[in-house]
Design a protein around this ligand. Structure first.
Ligand code: GLN
Length: 435
């Protein structure tokens, strides 16, 4: 299909199912110039690697001329004044950006319900959340409103909604992808990554956006990301407490199937994994608080405390408490020490196995509106299986593992595969082989 027709079809689909009627609410804004841009690309003689791809972008990544609101009233009137490095790279390779997606406000959340512009519905089970914080990006791919989408993942924000919506979601290793132009939740944990329907697309887009960037000092040189055929793979299975029985059963069945297909599977342990959630939230509260000091009303719209929602305010107040001068950074330092410990334990585990497998999320996507009734511990516990990869700075991907039936509904469940730092090619290759 010609690119222009493809863009038109996606725009129609968005118009029909996202902007009106029983709307999914995946997009906060459509790119009005998408068709024109597609026309320009068609006229070119040489075509880039992303020719033919239509992408959606999470609303915390700067795209010149598009609203980069972080789904917050605070930045409601902020339009990107430049392109993030990932956007530069996508445009250089002829990818077309179709719109900016919905998310939990400032990426703080795991359901999409913390958006100031309404929750995103899960396209596979419409009365449930899409997951978060990259709710709109996952839903847009799942609902067939784009080919691939970008999200950001601090503690699971790509993998969680990928799992809930039944698509692939990749969180790259720390430092693989430039974060220049990302409005981050936590600078020591965030990575930009990809949602896709198949592994080939995920690998291609990741290969395009990766790489050392002078504008982001944390980025590293990396090898080409491509799928390979691998042999003699050793898989480590992680069993963690607190996983919904139905989810664990589905993952166990999938593991059996993988064993039958000739993979070498054994159980492994990460001693301090149960400290991950507490450690993570301490780091995020402190770093988010310090990062938000720039939203003081002078440069970008409003003062954050005056306009933000409940969860963002909680993190600002909590962060200001943790970082109070008299504590001399004690809590933050402790959290960093535990992060280091978990990182070392993962590194040791990857000396014995090629990858680690576990569920992506310990429970099913909850019904829309239910998040407000849950207590904070329950909500934060949903991140228990995704956070460890961010703390360890390794790569992780969520792939669709099957569905759980509840009444008439068939609810998607994701399987998570983790590999050592900068082993994206290996990870995506294994994920494809076991899918
Ligand atoms: N749910 C987690 C949080 O609220 C993860 C968010 C993210 O990865 N951006 O912090």
């Amino acid at each position: 299909m010609k690119l222009i027709e493809k863009v038109r079809e996606y725009l129609d689909e968005i118009q029909k199912n996202d902007q009106q009627g029983d709307k999914i609410n995946a997009f906060l804004c459509i790119n009005k110039h998408a068709l024109k841009e597609a026309e320009e690309i068609e006229k070119k003689k040489a075509r880039g690697r992303l020719y033919g791809y239509v992408l959606a972008v999470k609303s915390n990544i700067n795209v010149q001329g598009m609203p980069v609101s972080c789904a917050s009233k605070v930045l409601e009137n902020y339009y990107g004044s430049y392109n993030a490095t990932v956007i530069e790279k996508i445009k250089r390779e002829d990818g077309v950006i179709i719109g900016m997606t919905n998310m939990d406000e400032f990426a703080a959340g795991g359901s999409g319900e913390n958006s100031s512009f309404g929750a995103t519905k899960n396209p596979r089970v419409l009365d449930r959340v899409a997951g978060g914080s990259s709710s709109g990006s996952a839903a847009a791919v799942a609902a067939g409103m784009c080919d691939v989408a970008l999200g950001s993942d601090t503690g699971g924000s790509i993998r969680n909604p990928a799992s809930h919506c039944g698509v692939i979601g990749v969180k790259p290793s720390y430092g693989l992808v430039s974060r220049y132009g990302l409005i981050d939740l936590s600078m020591s944990l965030d990575q930009i990554g990809v949602f896709a329907k198949n592994m080939e697309d995920a690998a291609l887009v990741l290969d395009v956006i990766k790489g050392k960037d002078e504008k982001d000092a944390t980025t590293l040189e990396s090898n080409e990301i491509k799928l390979r055929n691998l042999k003699d793979i050793k898989i480590g299975v992680l069993k963690i407490k607190g996983v919904d029985k139905r989810v664990q059963k589905l993952i166990d069945e999938k593991t059996e199937e993988i064993k039958k297909n000739g993979f070498n599977v054994r159980e492994i342990k990460i001693e301090h994994i149960e400290l991950a959630v507490q450690t993570y939230y301490l780091l995020v509260f402190a770093e988010f608080f310090s990062g938000t000091r720039r939203f003081d009303g002078r440069r970008y719209g409003y003062k954050i405390e005056e306009k933000c929602g409940e969860e963002v305010l909680r993190r600002i107040l909590g962060g200001s408490e943790i970082t109070r001068a008299e504590f001399l950074g004690e809590y933050y330092q402790k959290a960093l020490a535990v992060k280091e410990l978990i990182k070392e334990e993962f590194a040791a585990a990857f000396k014995k196995v090629d990858c680690i497998m576990l569920p992506t999320v310990p429970g099913l996507p909850w019904k829309l509106g239910q998040g407000a009734k849950m207590n904070l511990e329950e909500v934060y516990a949903y991140d228990a299986l995704t956070i460890p990869a961010n703390l360890a700075e390794i790569c992780a991907v969520s792939v669709p593992a099957g569905e759980i039936k509840e009444g008439q509904e068939e609810i998607p469940v994701g399987l998570q595969v983790m590999c050592a730092k900068n082993q994206e090619s290996k990870m995506l290759s294994i994920a494809k082989m076991i899918m």
